[in-house]
Each structure stands twice: as C-alpha cells, then as structure tokens.
Design a protein around this ligand. Structure first.
Ligand SMILES: NC(=O)c1ccc[n+]([C@@H]2O[C@H](COP(=O)([O-])OP(=O)(O)OC[C@H]3O[C@@H](n4cnc5c(N)ncnc54)[C@H](OP(=O)(O)O)[C@@H]3O)[C@@H](O)[C@H]2O)c1
Length: 327
C-alpha cells in the first residue's frame, strides 16, 4: 500500500485527498519507484482544476526522485536500487510508491541529492528545451536580449542562471520587488515589476527601442499582447503556460501587423517523447548543475499531506524558486 494524493473531482485545493492505494508490480517497460521527494509544478494546478483534463480519479504529480524498487521486462537502463528522477506523463508522482514507464526515468548523478532531483527535472528540462531548442530565426547569440516572465518562479530562477551561462541578457519580470531582486541575484540582466510597470514599454527602453528576439511567456492571458509588443520584427513568441488563464483564440493578423512575428505553443512532453531525447536533455541539465552554472533553488518544502497548502501558495504567487513535497 502507498499513500497518494488524488482528486475525485476537478476544483480548488480542497479537492486534494490523501488516500491509500495498492501498488502492483511493474509491467513490461515499467519500473516501480519509492519516492523520497516530489516536485510541485504549476501544471499540477491546471490538472487539478481540469484546465488540462484527465480521467478521474487521478493521482496528481509529474515530477519526482526516489529509488527503483522493481524493474519490469525489457527495461535495460535501470536496475533495482538505482537513484532516479523524472519529469513525466502520466501524472502520479504525488505518492510514496508508483509504477510508471521506464522510458522517462533517468539515473540521478551521485552528487545530486534527492530533493534537488525532485525539484529540477520538470523545471530544468523545460528551461533546457526553451533556451536550447526553442530559439528565434537565426538562433541566440551572446549579448542577445530575451524576455522571460515569472523570472523568480521555479522555471524562472533556473532560466535566469542558464541564460547568463549562455551569455544572454535576460530581462525578467516578477510580481514584487523582492522577487525582482532574487531574479537579479540569479543572473537576470534586467528586471521589471510587471504589476507596477508597463513591461512592454520598459523592454523598449532597455533594448534601445529594438525589442527582444524572443519572449518566453508562461503567464498567458494577462501578458500575451504585451509580450507581442516586446518583440523585434520576425521575433519569436513562445507561449508555454497559462498561470493567469489561457490565451484566448488569436487573430493571426496580429502577427503580421506587429512585424511578421513567429508564435509557438510548446510543451516539454513533446521533447521527452523518446528515451534518447530525455537522456540527452537530462545529461545537459546535469552537466549545467554539475559545473555549478545552474543551481536549483528550493524555496518551499511541504510534507506530502500538506499538498493543498503548496497549491494555495503557488496560486497566490507567494512562492519563489521550486516547491517540493517530502515523503
Ligand atoms: N509548456 C511547458 O513545457 C511547461 C513546462 C513547465 C512549466 N510550464 C509553465 O511555466 C510556468 C512556471 O511554472 P512553475 O511551476 O515554475 O511555476 P512558478 O513560476 O513557480 O509559479 C507561477 C508564477 O507565475 C506568476 N503569475 C503571474 N500571474 C499569475 C496568476 N494570475 N496566478 C498565479 N501566478 C501568476 C507568479 O509569479 P509573479 O508573482 O512573479 O508574477 C507565480 O509565482 C507555469 O505557467 C507552467 O505551467 C510550462
């Protein structure tokens, strides 16, 4: 038996329930993992509310770290006792023990502790595919300006550091002064409090009127138009989240009017669709962390059964860096 956090209906944090579930042996191409720490992500909120629908009842959670307890047939890259971590579909990491596809699970380097492993996979691999694989026409060169919203969040603080390591000038937005300072400390070249300032106007000032080559926008509804207004002609708008609500249907003519802009709406899980790409991306992330170029700031820790508080804090914008659940 394993404790797990499930929802039986979509709704607010009150629908999160701690239940006992039976966990069987892994099937072919699967492993059973005993978690030591679990990552909390904004996608868990979207799944809880039903914005991203799943069949119910549902054990939430897309990120975790732990030890392999059992290995199914046809799993070549993992063994019992391995320390592992993952960011993966299907949900289910809010649990003590789970069975899941082995394809998405990688071995954790000895130097990386379990809490860090649980915090870094979904958020770090997201930054990996955004900054390395989701670039504007002509690529990104040292010195280029990029705009990154929610720069003091879980994904955001990793992005600040990664961008600095690539020589980019990351303009970070955040919701208060303390968060702006945190983003600066982690490598943002400029910060904007987008609750008190018109961020598109400030981006023009910072870039000498030119605008940025790319915007990484996880806020959605409330920032979409301002993000388009922050771009250079032919710039790339990467809409990768909806913290303020989903972006309404887009009039494509806007992209022409604002300078032949490019628009993409990517998800990490496309990039993690094969074991090879998952390992390649994870190796890059482990390398960045191993070299000390990127640290994984864990701002909040909660016990598994305090998960509703973790969700409340995330939605109330009071967290910084990553949040994890401990088991
Ligand atoms: N597509 C993908 O592949 C992918 C993968 C991972 C994450 N994401 C997205 O990336 C974003 C960041 O994820 P995360 O887990 O690291 O979360 P996070 O950034 O730690 O938390 C979300 C932040 O969004 C900001 N925000 C602005 N308006 C908000 C609102 N109305 N309600 C709540 N928050 C608001 C808040 O920061 P301020 O107070 O500073 O504004 C808040 O702290 C999320 O939107 C997530 O869905 C997408």
């Amino acid at each position: 038996m394993s404790r797990a956090i499930q929802i039986h209906q979509f709704g607010g944090p009150e629908v999160l329930r701690c239940v006992e579930v039976e966990v069987g042996p892994p099937g072919p191409a699967e492993v059973r993992i005993r978690h030591e720490a679990i990552g909390v992500n904004f996608i868990d909120v979207y799944q809880r509310t039903g914005l991203y629908p799943n069949a119910l009842p549902l054990t939430l959670g897309m990120e975790g770290a732990g030890v392999v307890e059992a290995v199914g047939d046809d799993v070549m890259h993992l063994s019992i006792g391995d320390r592992v971590a993952y960011a993966s579909q299907p949900p289910g990491s809010y649990s003590e023990v789970r069975v899941m596809p082995a394809r998405c699970v990688v071995r954790l380097p000895d130097a990386i502790d379990m809490d860090t492993g649980a915090a870094m996979m979904l958020k770090g691999l997201t930054v990996q595919y955004l900054l390395r694989r989701t670039q504007p026409q002509g690529g990104l060169q040292p010195g280029d300006f990029v705009l990154f919203h929610a720069a003091a969040g879980g994904v955001g603080l990793i992005a600040c550091q990664w961008a600095r390591a690539m020589g980019l000038q990351l303009i970070g937005t955040a919701g208060n002064e303390a968060k702006c300072q945190l983003a600066l400390q982690h490598g943002a070249a400029h910060v904007i409090n987008y609750r008190t300032e018109d961020f598109a106007k400030r981006v023009r000032e910072i870039t000498g009127g030119r605008g940025v080559k790319v915007v990484y926008d996880s806020i959605g509804q409330s920032t979409f138009e301002g993000s388009l207004d922050s771009l250079q002609p032919l710039g790339l708008m990467v809409s990768f989240g909806n913290a303020s609500g989903p972006v309404p249907p887009v009039n494509l003519g806007l992209l022409a009017a604002k300078g032949s802009l490019h628009l993409t709406r990517p998800t990490l899980f496309t990039h993690l669709s094969s074991r090879e790409s998952t390992q390649e991306m994870a190796d890059d992330l482990f390398d960045m962390v191993g070299q000390g170029l990127v640290s994984i700031p864990i701002g909040q820790r909660y016990a598994l059964e305090q998960v509703a508080q973790a969700h409340r804090d995330l939605e109330a914008r009071v967290t910084t860096g990553c949040s994890i659940l401990t088991v």
